[in-house]
Structures are given as structure tokens and as C-alpha cells.
Design a binder for this molecule. Structure first.
Ligand code: SF4
Length: 509
């Protein structure tokens, strides 16, 4: 038997690498897989560098490792089974049954077989989720999160949530004072292996895509900063818990033009590659609370992200694919504006956030939801196109992550767990950020010259989707405001929204 380590399942301390210490290890580095999308160069560098570092660490520890650099997975597996006829591979389970069947087919065609074992990057097993969720096809995150809190005992005391509340969101919507300085974000300097990978990525993946890739000067390896080894990932966790966690909670929904990371954890790449496990990061955060080093609102907010949302999204994806990938219940059919690739827009908020994605392959959660997804939702972008962009652009993105987050939560594509669209006008952006004061658009204007594009698009979105949204009881208040608008005002709004879309298509927004 051979342990097959796939590129995003680099878990070493648990799972098949730990359970089968004497066995051969196989990595397949398939270049053509990385050409499926115009991925951010840092994303490719991250995954390939992390794979090669684990290869080297295992070899240094005396493990026999076959590292196959090939064009396709098929070729890599054929090579493996030629060298080891009728071998059986042991790998962590992929995210969906469809993916499992595809992989089993490829392995069988190559002349061997594969056994799947649990995916150690998550805490809640598929069986437990299915037992909890039943068959009705709708899911409520809050109930799932509370179930997992009870079962794990995290932040629980005598069967009740520590502090008496399940969440402290009301303490987590602050914007930092003017003189606040964000703790410096950790950056892990690329070593020789990472530089070698970055050079190969630049050479191999430069161009050849239909869309402008997240490449060119923005792909400078000098700006690559993400942990690529277990040791670096643990350092990143230490850094977060020591320097950032205390302020994470209150400022988790804030957006500042000069602070791309604020006090966010920046641990998603390590969690999603398996360099860190969910229980260790949760337990470190809880220990900081118990030691008096971080307040409960920060720690609960972080635990909710990792134990709640991350686990929840993984299972919604597993159960709702393949339909979720193309879900589009609002019938949104606009193409994604080019500015998502180029960052070329006068809109201060959108321009800054897209620039951050181009530079680093990263923006924090609230920028993803309330700037990038919100604008696309209001504009009427087809959810699958936005999903593709997120999947290509972010260093921590995998299809299982982006699809429920972007298609469902951001685009209200399916209605399987989102109870209403996350739609907001400039009023929200202004309240949670410092963007509007430096923007050439007027945040308080809805129509006419220089009116903030979010505003007309917001009312136009509600107007266009009235048949589906008005009956939603969570939208009642909002439609009360729509009713306050005269038909003449709505005509002006529709005209301005069309104008905004035309400007976006022309590249003059
Ligand atoms: Fe964004 Fe509108 Fe504010 Fe400008 S005015 S920063 S476009 S929300």
C-alpha cells in the first residue's frame, strides 16, 4: 500500500501519514491541473511549495517518497502503477461522492485501486452532519454550530455556553479609532524551494488564459508571504493568538483602506492545506481566553468561524453539489465586469479590495462578502462566474470553500441556508469602512452625476427581484422603503443602474 498525499491534504500528524508510518508516500504534482483556471500565482506557489516541503521533510525523516512531476494526474498514476503494479493507494476522502467516483475511475484506469479514509482537516464527520441535517435540504448554521459546541464542549460550561450567550456579535461590529494601528501581519520569507516554485510558476503559467490572469508585476515572489510548512503554520498560529486575537472580535467586520489584514487570523491557507488542524487552532484560542489574554467576544467569533462556518460550508457543499455550482434562483445573468480582474475603477472600495486580491490573493471575510459579492449581487452577475473568479483569485480558495460562500451566501443562488440576500448600499460600506471619504462618488446620492453605484444598483436589485424577495419576512422592512419611492424615482434608479452597468462594461466606472 502507498499513502497518496493530495496537494490540499498535507496533514502529517493525523490521518494516513501518521497511521501508516512505514509505508511509501506518493505525491502527484500535475501541472495541467493548475491550468484549469487563471489561478493567482501565489496560490500555485503556495500549494506546490507546501507539497515539495512536505516531500523533503518526509524524506529527511527516512520515509520513501515518490514525487511525480507530470502533466496530468492520469500520467502520474500510470507511472506509479507501472513501478508498483496493482498497488493500493490510501488517501483522505475528497469532498463529494462525484469527486470520489472520478478519482476511483482514474486510479482504476491506471491499473490500481484507492481506499479513502476520513479527511483530517475537519472535525464533523459526514455521517454526523447527515444525521443532524436529515433530508429536507435546508440548513441552519446557528443550530449546527450550537450542536457542535455542545458535542465538542468548546466554550461550554455545565451544558451552557460560557458567558451565557451563544454569540457576541453585538460587540463585534466596531470600527477602530483613528489612531489604532493594526498588529503587523506575519510574513514568511520565501526560501529556496519556494523561490524555485515561484520561478517555475511564472514561466509555466504566464498567459494563455481567456481572462487576464492575476499575474504580471503583481505576481512578484518577493511579496509572497504565506506559511508553506507545518513549522511556519504553527508560528502563524502563535502570532495570531499572541498579537491579533484580542482585537480580532471587535474589528472583524471593519474595513480600512490602509489595513488589509486588520486583526484577522490569516490562518485559512494553513487550515485548508492541512498544515494546521481545526482542533488545535480552536483550543489555542480558547486557552488564550481562559488565561485572560483575549476577551470572550473575540474568541467566540473565531471559534464560530472555524468550528461553525468552515465545517458547515464543507458539508453543504458535499450534499448540494453538483447543483450548487450553477444555482441561480434570482436568474442573474450579467457577465462579471472586467474590473474584477484589473482593479480599474474609480470606486474607492472596490478598487482597493480588488488591488489587494491582485497583490496577495487575499482579502478578509467582510470585504469578500460586503464589497465584492455584494456589488456582484446588486449588479446581477451570474453566480457561477463570480465563484470562478474567487476560486482563481484567492490563496485559500478551493471549490468546496468558494461555492457555498459565493454562490449561496454572497449571491443568494440557492436558498439552502441563506435566509435572505446580503444586499447593502453605500450606507453600509460607509458605516463599516473609511473608503467613502476618499471616493470620487457621492455616498449619499442615488441618481445623477457622481452618485455612488452601490445605491442605484441596490434599489434596482430590490425592484428587479421583487417577485422573489418581497414575501421573505426578513425583507419586509426593506420593501417598506421601496414602497416609499415614487414610480418616477424608481425610473431614475433603473436608468442609473443601467448606466452603471454600461460604464462597467466600457471600463469607465
Ligand atoms: Fe464605495 Fe460608493 Fe463609498 Fe465610493 S461612495 S467608496 S463606491 S460605497
Amino acid at each position: 500500500m502507498t499513502v497518496w498525499v493530495r496537494g490540499d491534504q498535507l496533514t502529517r500528524r493525523r490521518g494516513p501519514l501518521a497511521d501508516r508510518p512505514g509505508e511509501r508516500v506518493l505525491f502527484v504534482e500535475a501541472a495541467s491541473f493548475a491550468e484549469k483556471l487563471p489561478y493567482h500565482p501565489h496560490k500555485l506557489t503556495l500549494v506546490f511549495s507546501a507539497m515539495r516541503h512536505l516531500r523533503d521533510d518526509l524524506r529527511q525523516a527516512g520515509r520513501p517518497v515518490d514525487y511525480r512531476r507530470v502533466e496530468t494526474f492520469e500520467a502520474g498514476l500510470r507511472d506509479h502503477f507501472t513501478a508498483h503494479p496493482e498497488d493500493t493507494l490510501v488517501a483522505q476522502r475528497p469532498q463529494t461522492d462525484g469527486a470520489r467516483q472520478r478519482i476511483e475511475g482514474i486510479v482504476a484506469d491506471a491499473g490500481g485501486s484507492v481506499e479513502f479514509v476520513p479527511d483530517e482537516r475537519f472535525l464533523c464527520s459526514p455521517e454526523r452532519f447527515d444525521e443532524w441535517a436529515g433530508d429536507d435540504g435546508t440548513y441552519r448554521h446557528e443550530e449546527f454550530y450550537r450542536m457542535l459546541r455542545r458535542e465538542t464542549g468548546y466554550l461550554m460550561a455545565d451544558g451552557d455556553p460560557v458567558g451565557g450567550e451563544w454569540n457576541y456579535d453585538d460587540q463585534n461590529r466596531e470600527t477602530p479609532p483613528d489612531d489604532w494601528e493594526a498588529p503587523e501581519a506575519p510574513a514568511f520569507e520565501p526560501d529556496e524551494t519556494t523561490r524555485e516554485v515561484a520561478a517555475w510558476v511564472a514561466e509555466r503559467f504566464d498567459g494563455g488564459y481567456d481572462e487576464p490572469p492575476f499575474g504580471g508585476d503583481w505576481a512578484d515572489p518577493e511579496t509572497f508571504r504565506w506559511p508553506v510548512t507545518r513549522k511556519e503554520a504553527v508560528e502563524a498560529l502563535d502570532h495570531f493568538v499572541t498579537h491579533r486575537l484580542a482585537e480580532f472580535g471587535p474589528y472583524q467586520d471593519a474595513m480600512l483602506g490602509d489595513e488589509w489584514a486588520l486583526a484577522h487570523s490569516l490562518l485559512s491557507t494553513s487550515l485548508n492545506l492541512g498544515l494546521l488542524g481545526p482542533s488545535e487552532v480552536i483550543e489555542r484560542a480558547i486557552a488564550a481566553y481562559e488565561d485572560g489574554d483575549a476577551p470572550l467576544n473575540s474568541v467566540e467569533g473565531f471559534v464560530r468561524q472555524v468550528l461553525g462556518w468552515r465545517e458547515f460550508m464543507r458539508h453543504v457543499y458535499r450534499r448540494e453539489m453538483p447543483e450548487l455550482a450553477t444555482a441561480n434562483q434570482l436568474g442573474a445573468n450579467e457577465d462579471l465586469p472586467e474590473l474584477y480582474w484589473t482593479g480599474e475603477t474609480e470606486m474607492a472600495c472596490l478598487s482597493d479590495v480588488v488591488d489587494g486580491v491582485r497583490k496577495r490573493g487575499y482579502s478578509h471575510h467582510i470585504e469578500r462578502l460586503m464589497i465584492l459579492s455584494n456589488f456582484a449581487l446588486l449588479y446581477g452577475v451570474e453566480p457561477a462566474q463570480l465563484n470562478r473568479w474567487f476560486h482563481a483569485g484567492y490563496v485559500d480558495a478551493f471549490h468546496w470553500v468558494t461555492t457555498p460562500n459565493v454562490v449561496e451566501m454572497g449571491s443568494y443562488g440557492a436558498g439552502v441556508f441563506a435566509t435572505k440576500p446580503y444586499a447593502a448600499s453605500a450606507n453600509y460600506v460607509d458605516g463599516m469602512s473609511d473608503y467613502c471619504s476618499g471616493c470620487p462618488y457621492y455616498k449619499t446620492k442615488t441618481t445623477g452625476d457622481g452618485a455612488c453605484p452601490f445605491n442605484a444598483l441596490y434599489w434596482d436589485f430590490l425592484d428587479r427581484n421583487e417577485d422573489q424577495l418581497r414575501s421573505n419576512h426578513r425583507m419586509g422592512l426593506v420593501y417598506g422603503h421601496v414602497d416609499d419611492k415614487s414610480e418616477g424615482e424608481l425610473d431614475d434608479i433603473r436608468e442609473r443602474a443601467d448606466e452603471v452597468r454600461a460604464m462597467a462594461r466600457e471600463g469607465s466606472l
